[in-house]
Design a protein around this ligand. Structure first.
Ligand code: NDP
Length: 620
């Protein structure tokens, strides 16, 4: 029989309540106790109401006095560096965390009267995390107290984070829901008030999110498998009868993998794109607010870049440059790009270790060099105003993919002795060109995606952007060079219709979310239902985002199907993208779900209850 805890706190008691998913405690007022669920309803100073379990509440006396905290701080340089929201305060290294928390305690216990008055006035009192005194036999409290130990052992830390995320039922309600204002105002005001100053250097590793990609062992596999897979499919595409069981495919001489000329072509291409990227053409778009409250500017001139590139490629062909070189040296170009992405990732890893904490992503700080190298830690690495992540995401790989497709069309004509590319090749080229041009036309929309907002820039993205996208997404065109697949008119019509339907869903849903995130009070979106969350942001619960939880993935998948169909059913290789994409999006959906649950607590659960299916209505 389960023994229920007695009611330790009464309505009106001021106690310390743990913020969900973190190890931090804030001052809360007890509003009541529900004997049935054994949960206390508490209210934080910012108006957020939560239901907490008994073990997540402590008396104020369990926290250190300020003077003691001060003497323990060894990091005066970080005194003013404070997290602005409870959920974010977990991003600290062990020593820095202790220092920062101690500093926060000092600031909170000796507030200036002016500041306090203002805080009361706007009901935006900054929440004050306090370290727990190690004076309890409670197993749970011990986990908290032994932060340093946990931090030295990231695995332990992850386990406790996971436990917390799974344990209690939290119910977040923002009390001051004043319509439009509640959408953005609270966070902005809070940001104004507590802009953290850049810290001197990045914290050493302390894992703050559960490890992804199979953890520290898993990334070894991915690091070897992903590049090997790219080379494998490139070698397969050239075979008369490409087959997954044909392993290993006939290998060319080892020295033919590396080719100085191919490396030169790759570097020249990246340089050319970099020049287009920095030209003062096109508008400056604002990114989403960072942890510091700052918003970075991005020059979104992707459409200019793709049209200029098209003109340059056409001019090159006109001047006699043989683009079929790309087909005949596909392997060497792939290896050269792999080398570039690897060197870039080394640079990114090294520089991420010296960045201020407020410029780092939540993941990529496990303390394991290989994992962190793979996952990436710095959120927006920039050299002056040159944003490396944004550039790699949108330019050399994406536009390069279209150039490769075009080169494959020329190679098809050469190899098969055609006067014009086949229908299948034209469809593949046009479909994928539309995808890329649309992405660059709506380049601003990428600023609200996971990659830009949440993921650090490391090998995963650098390799994905520069190698994976151009060299595996072009496999259908590569395959068609040596494997003709004639298409009848009905098949053509069906495939085109499918592509257009997928594109419509993809574009409309992405634009709807992007517009909503940029301007939640946009009158054009006023008809949409939303769920408020404790962060001040809302979740769309009708329109495209009320149909399934990832309508944009659905549209993308339909398009992927339309890209593979022109290649027929003789081999699995051209279906590789479709299969890979299903795996990618299912995994991405689960990563995003975890992130959103951490961010939005029970508001996210409510969204999931209302919109039951993830990607395919009624199925998944
Ligand atoms: P999304 O653009 O779907 O971004 C997910 C984020 O959207 C969430 O973290 C959340 O962020 C916000 N969000 C989720 N639900 C809601 C809601 N109901 N209301 C409002 N905001 C919500 O994910 P991706 O970045 O993964 O994908 C972007 C596009 O890129 C997709 O179309 C995808 O198909 C495509 N893509 C293509 C790839 C390819 O290789 N071809 C690879 C990856 C993606 P917050 O609340 O913080 O704003």
């Amino acid at each position: 029989m389960r023994i229920m805890p007695s009611v330790r706190f009464q309505s009106g008691d001021m106690v310390m309540g743990r913020w969900p998913g973190s190890s931090l405690y804030y001052e809360v007022k007890v509003l009541g106790f529900d004997g049935k669920s054994q949960l206390y309803t508490v209210i934080y100073k910012d108006g957020t109401e939560l239901e907490l379990m008994d073990q997540d509440i402590k008396t104020s006396s369990a926290f250190r006095p300020a003077s003691r905290s001060r003497s323990r701080s060894h990091s005066p340089g970080r005194r003013r560096s404070r997290s602005r929201s409870p959920a974010r305060t977990t991003r600290r290294s062990s020593s820095r965390k202790a220092a920062a928390v101690a500093t926060v305690t000092i600031a909170e216990t000796t507030p200036s009267s002016r500041r306090e008055a203002r805080l009361k006035e706007v009901l935006q009192t900054r929440l004050s995390p306090r370290p727990v005194v190690n004076n309890s036999n409670n197993k749970h409290e011990k986990t908290e107290d032994n932060n340093d130990t946990a931090n030295k052992n990231p695995e332990t830390k992850v386990e406790t984070e996971l436990e917390r995320n799974q344990a209690p039922r939290y119910n977040l309600r923002r009390r001051t829901t004043d319509g439009k204002a509640s959408e953005t105002k609270p966070q902005q005001e809070a940001d104004e008030e507590e802009k953290p100053k850049p810290a001197a250097a990045a914290p050493l590793a302390t894992c703050t999110t559960p490890l992804d990609f199979g953890g520290k062992i898993g990334v070894y596999f991915w690091l070897l498998f992903l590049p090997a897979w790219v080379l494998f499919v490139i070698l397969q595409g050239n075979l008369e009868d490409p087959s997954l069981v044909n392993f290993p495919p006939p290998l060319p001489a080892l020295d033919s993998f590396l080719d100085a000329q191919a490396l030169g072509v790759v570097l020249l291409w990246i340089l050319f794109q970099a020049v287009l990227f920095v030209l003062p053409v096109g508008k400056l778009s604002e990114g989403m607010p960072l942890k510091s409250g700052e918003r970075l500017n991005y020059r979104t001139n992707g459409f200019f870049a793709v049209t200029t590139s098209a003109v340059a490629v056409a001019a090159a062909v006109y001047l006699g440059v043989d683009l079929t070189y790309i087909h005949s040296h596909f392997l060497q170009l792939g290896v050269a790009t792999l080398l570039v992405s690897f060197l870039l990732s080394v640079y990114l890893y090294v520089r991420s270790r010296y960045r201020p904490a407020d410029q780092l992503a939540l993941g990529g700080n496990s303390g394991n060099v290989v994992y962190d190298f793979f996952k990436g830690h710095e959120l927006n690495p920039r050299i002056k105003n040159f944003d490396l992540k944004f550039f790699c995401e949108m330019r050399p790989g994406l536009i390069g993919w279209c150039v490769i497709n075009f080169a494959m069309a020329l190679a098809e004509m050469k190899v098969q002795g055609l006067e014009a590319p086949s229908h299948a090749m034209i469809l593949v080229n046009l479909f994928q060109l539309l995808y890329v041009v649309d992405g660059l036309w709506n380049e601003e929309a990428i600023l609200t995606t996971m990659d830009l907002m949440h993921d650090g820039f490391g090998f995963m993205l650098a390799f994905g952007d520069l190698v994976w996208v151009p060299f595996t997404y072009s496999l259908q065109a590569y395959y068609l060079v040596g494997h003709p697949n004639p298409l009848g008119l009905p098949a053509l019509a069906a495939i085109i219709t499918m592509k257009l339907v997928g594109f419509y869903i993809f574009r409309m849903s992405n634009s709807q979310k992007n517009n909503f995130r940029r301007n939640p009070t946009d009158p054009k979106l006023a008809h949409l239902k939303t769920i408020p969350t404790a962060t001040g942001k809302s979740l769309l619960v009708s329109g495209w985002w009320g149909m399934v939880r990832h309508p944009n993935y659905l549209g993308d998948l339909i398009m992927a199907l339309a890209w593979s169909l022109p290649c027929g059913f003789s081999h699995l290789l051209p279906w590789y993208y479709m299969i890979y994409f299903i795996i990618l999006l299912v995994h991405r959906n689960s990563r995003d779900t975890d992130d959103c649950r951490r961010k939005y607590g029970s508001a996210w659960d409510e969204y999931c209850r209302t919109v039951r299916y993830r990607i395919i209505p009624g199925v998944y």
